[in-house]
Design a protein. Sequence first.
Length: 442
Amino acid sequence: MIPRYSRPEMVAVWSPESKFRIWFEIEAHACDALAELGVIPVEAAKTIWEKGNAATFDIDRIDEIERETKHDVIAFLTHLAEIVGPDARFVHQGMTSSDVLDTCFNVQLVKATDILLADMDALLAALKRRAIEHKDTVCIGRSHGIHAEPVTFGLKMAEAYAEFDRCRTRLVNARAEIATCAISGAVGTFANIDPRVEEHVAKAMGLTAEPVSTQVIPRDRHAMYFATLGVIASSIERVATEIRHLQRTEVLEAEEYFSKGQKGSSAMPHKRNPVLTENLTGLSRLVRMAVTPAMENVALWHERDISHSSVERMIGPDTTVTLDFALSRLTGVIDKLLIYPERMVGNMDRLGGLVHSQRILLALTQAGSSREEAYSLVQRNAMKVWDSYQVSGDSEIDFLTELLADADVRTYLSETEIRDRFDLGYHTKHVDTIFARVFGES
């Protein structure tokens, strides 16, 4: 995490202060359950809560103790004992370090996910607004980077909306899968702590009890969680890459907002670069970087080892903080994106009507031509236009004119039949149907 790509609310989830407060709450809730079961005095549980709640944990002191003990949970418990006094002997009864660490980690992931879900809602709102705004803004669709047939810019935004709506559903599912608690003691057998303590702590912390926790919560849950974040990052990169392509000088159908006083290049004053979407491409790679280590964390030795620990101490904060920032940045890009409809039409017209080639192909087959002959007739006229475009950058030959002058084509199609196939509205007649599928009936 670096401040440049961090937002305060998400950073706070991973702060030492937040972590130690969650550790305390886990221990204190366990004490409440132990008191209800008669294992520890009720007054001791009350004292632990009162003194712990009133305290500000001294991070420097905990670090000092850890330098000696070489154990972070013991360091915290020692400091807590300094705060609570004699009743601290009842803290951590029958528990093991992983009970605290794993439960806390999952609490933090749940808190982080709630922030990410709010980020997704803001992004979805921006995508929907721009989709509706440009539902009928016609532009060229491209396959392999080459002009294909017309679409609308609203469809591009609707596609992104549907994609991130799926991502949101995945994130909700990932949240549910990660929201488990383990208070099962050494090797997870509950030998020294009643399972009802785990149930109490889970309910108090907004989690569910892990069915079988060995000494750790199974890491397949975490693998799925971080894989979900990786998929979201990939969707961010897809949209960012689309915008970057649309902003290329030769295309320039859309452009990141360029604010007053902004500079694009230290050397070339004319530059307006897609820096935000390029940044999003890089940030997406960082989030995906966590997926493979999370997968490899699944295979721990026997009932536990700590090979996962160092990985998670880094990827937990880094991925959620980075994804939070990236989602917010993408929302801002979409919200203020500059759209150039005239440029879209101009680019589409540069190929002299070739976007209608499939309609002519189909018309010829329907008029009696074999598909092979129809393809050959259309392609030989299309290539004249294409070759002209390659020379000048704008076709000086018109596809419609060439077709009308081709005697073989005219054997099958009249002038009216040919001209009718050059109706741009034909390509967008089902946009409303697609929008209804994505956004519901209006």
